[in-house]
Design a protein around this ligand. Structure first.
Ligand code: GDP
Ligand code: MG
Length: 192
């Protein structure tokens, strides 16, 4: 509402990546529409949502991409992984093309999703612009008693790889706005 005739100063493309079920789609739903769904459906194909906001008196349209297209399935079955990689290679490059920001999401109750961050980062750095702003996100911090990734481990990884880092909960709306705004503001400072 109200932004029909709004002049857009910048469009920033930001991609969400990480294992299946870590909460990428719900983080986006929370940020873009302030919604959350417990029985979140697996994301089919590539989709994006936009949110228009102000940074430093400029109008920025954030275009956040979310996908299952390049969600890797670590099934311990090489054929399945190779099949998916071939099938989605074209989608993968389209997904990263033009991205100025990336949210690298793991589930803090699933150690494996954090251990895979190095691989996701490698894929990201292989496809994306070298100046891309990257934020590491430990999602589901509402499930504190099930925590499998200590904050310090993630902090250490983020420092070593030169990433921003935050723990979030899409369910409880913790740090969601803050995580996206940190990335968008950093992008703004780089390009303006
Ligand atoms: P995606 O595959 O990474 O897009 O993950 P989804 O966003 O579809 O979420 C997977 C599951 O985790 C769904 O059942 C969500 O309701 C749940 N989920 C997502 N974010 C959170 C969170 O912050 N806390 C909790 N407790 N559950 C979450
Ligand atoms: Mg999804």
């Amino acid at each position: 509402h109200g932004d029909f005739n709004q002049k857009i100063d910048y469009v920033f493309k930001v991609v969400l990546i990480g294992d299946s079920a870590v909460g990428k789609s719900q983080l986006l739903a929370r940020f873009a529409r302030n919604e959350f769904s417990v029985d979140s459906k697996a994301t089919i194909g590539v989709e994006f949502q936009t949110k228009t906001l102000a940074i430093d008196h400029k109008t920025v349209k954030a275009q956040i991409w979310d996908t299952a297209g390049q969600e890797r399935l670590f099934l311990g079955d090489v054929e399945v992984i190779v099949y998916l990689t071939l099938r989605y290679r074209a989608v993968t490059s389209a997904y990263y093309r033009g991205a100025v920001g990336a949210m690298l999401v793991y589930d803090m109750t699933k150690r494996q999703s954090f251990d895979h961050m190095a691989r996701w980062l490698e894929e990201l750095r292989g496809h994306a612009d070298k100046n891309i702003v990257i934020m590491l996100i430990g999602n589901k911090c509402d499930l504190g008693s099930l925590r499998a990734v200590p904050t310090e481990d993630a902090q250490e990884f983020a420092e070593r790889e030169n990433l921003c880092f935050m723990e979030t909960s899409a369910l409880e709306t913790t740090n969601v706005e803050s995580a996206f705004m940190t990335v968008l503001t950093e992008i703004y400072h780089i390009i303006s």
